[in-house]
Structures are given as C-alpha cells and as structure tokens.
Design a protein. Structure first.
Length: 298
C-alpha cells in the first residue's frame, strides 16, 4: 500500500474516530441502541456542503452541521423519554425521517465542493503536501474532542449521565434527572457524528445522500475493536481505545482493498466490513478462551 493510500486511510479513520466517540456515548455510556447515526452523519455533511456551496464560511457551516446533528439526537431522545417510544424504534424513526430531511436540505442527491473553500483549504499552512497536512489537522480536532469528552465525563453532569446508563433506577434515587441526561447525551453523541460528516464531505469534495449507509456499523466496529485491543475502566483510556479502533478498522479496510493477491475490489467494501465486524464481535470470546487456564487431566 502506498504512502498516499495509508495517509488517506488514516485521515478517514480519524474522522470516523469522531463517529466512534459518538457511538460510545450512546451505546456504552447511555446504553441506548441509537441508529440515528446513519442519518446524522449525512445530515452533518448535507448542512455543511449546502452552506459552503452558498458561500457561507466553512467554519460557520461546520458549526451549523454540529448543531443540526445535536438537534436530531435530541429529538430521538425526546421520542423515547417524553413519548415513551422504545429506544431502538425511536432511533429508527429518526433515521428514516432524516433521509428525506437530508434530501430537502441539499435539494438534490449530491452537492459537489470541488472549487469551494473548506476548513482544510483555509487552515492548512501549506508547508507540507495537502495529503500529509489534512490527517494532522483532523488528528488535532479528534484530540480536542477527546480531551473535552474526558473532562465533561469527569464533571457532575457527566457522572450523572454515566450513572443514568449504568443504573437508571439508582440514579433517579440519587436525584439524577435521567430523562435530561438521556436528552443531553443523545444530542452530544449525534453532534459529534454530524461533525464527522461535515469534515468527511469537505475532505472528499462533496456530499452525497448515501454516505451515511453503514455508519453505525463502522462506529460499533471501532468501539468493539478498540475495547478488545485496549480494555480499560478509566474513561481516558476508553476514549483513546475507540479512536484507535477506528484507525485500525480503516487501515484493515485499506489493506484488504489494496492487496492484489486477495483480488478484492471497491465493490467488495461492504463484504470486507461485514467480515471485520464479525471478527471484532467474536474477538473477545476468542481472547477469553485463550486466557482460560488449561484443565489438568484428572
């Protein structure tokens, strides 16, 4: 695999590291099976691309994308908390609705950004080639988001959110407003996912209605792979693990698709994804079996 392909895989892996952080909040912290991710990722991309194409400042467009994703996550939580709709069903309803919303926002199936300024073109100093500087910029964004999450989940509100996911009945007994924690956590989760979508379309040169397909699978794979390679209890290491999981996932994808002896092509991406996710799911079981002491013949 060439250096160009490797750096491209690292860049996309870091962007999906933000998705993994969002999925970590919903699935691991809140225990909320959230499929809104498949809609909020392209939502962030659609909002950012549409505004940038309309000559809005790329940083303002990216901020608007984050806000749109947070609203989508909030509505999913509201359907569950206020209307008592089952969490999985609420997220499915929101995911379906967002497909039409994204089409409305873009006005067509895709919005190109070939000649438009993006956060990358406005921020990169130009000291290195573009394909080297962009991964470094995304890495900086991911580090900032990770450290802010580590700080937030050490605060009183963050600990209340973690308690809501671990034991909601006990949390309510301790005076935690669990409904408010779910709403805030879902907004935070999908805001991060929308940020990833906004950076993705600016990196790839345009938004498309189909970019969200399978996003939740990639996020879950990153979380599971990260937890397998770096099991930890402290939140600092947990967030680091899921980011590493996203990086490894994209590198494995790039290696598989660039290995000529395997014979895989671009249309095999979903097959490779399914195989990698299956492996990530069974890896903890394999590790547990290998760690068991062998029984002595008796």
């Amino acid at each position: 695999m060439s250096l160009f392909s490797l750096l491209g895989a690292l860049e996309i892996g870091l962007i999906f590291g933000l998705v993994a952080l969002g999925v970590l909040i919903s699935f691991r912290v809140l225990r909320f099976p959230d499929l809104t991710v498949d809609g909020s990722f392209p939502l962030g991309g659609a909002v950012a691309a549409t505004l940038i194409a309309a000559d809005v400042n790329p940083f303002a467009a990216t901020a608007a994308a984050v806000g749109a994703g947070a609203v989508a996550g909030f509505i999913t939580g509201w359907l569950n908390v206020k209307l008592r709709i089952m969490d999985l069903l609420a997220s499915i309803l929101m995911m379906i609705a967002l497909y039409s919303v994204n089409l409305r926002i873009m006005g067509r199936p895709n919005v190109p950004l070939i000649n438009d300024d993006t956060v990358f073109t406005l921020s990169l100093p130009g000291m290195l080639p573009d394909y080297m500087e962009r991964p470094l910029m995304v890495l900086l964004v991911v580090i900032v988001c990770k450290l802010l999450l580590d700080w937030f989940f050490a605060t009183r509100q963050g600990l209340a959110m973690r308690a809501t996911g671990s034991n909601p009945r006990m949390a309510r007994a301790q005076g935690v407003a669990t409904g408010r924690s779910v709403l805030g956590g879902m907004a935070l989760s999908n805001g991060l996912v929308a940020l990833a979508g906004a950076l993705f379309v600016q990196s790839q040169g345009g938004a498309d209605i189909s970019i969200g397909i399978g996003t939740i699978v990639i996020g879950l794979a990153a979380v599971i792979v990260g937890e397998s390679i770096l099991p930890a209890r402290r939140f600092f290491w947990i967030t680091l693990a899921v980011i590493l999981g996203a990086l490894l996932y994209r590198i494995f994808i790039a290696l598989a698709l660039n290995s000529n002896f395997i014979g895989l092509q671009a249309q095999d991406l979903n097959l490779v994804t399914a195989v990698l996710v299956t492996f990530a799911l069974v890896l903890p079981m394999i590790k547990k079996k290998l760690s068991r002491p062998a029984r002595k013949p008796g």
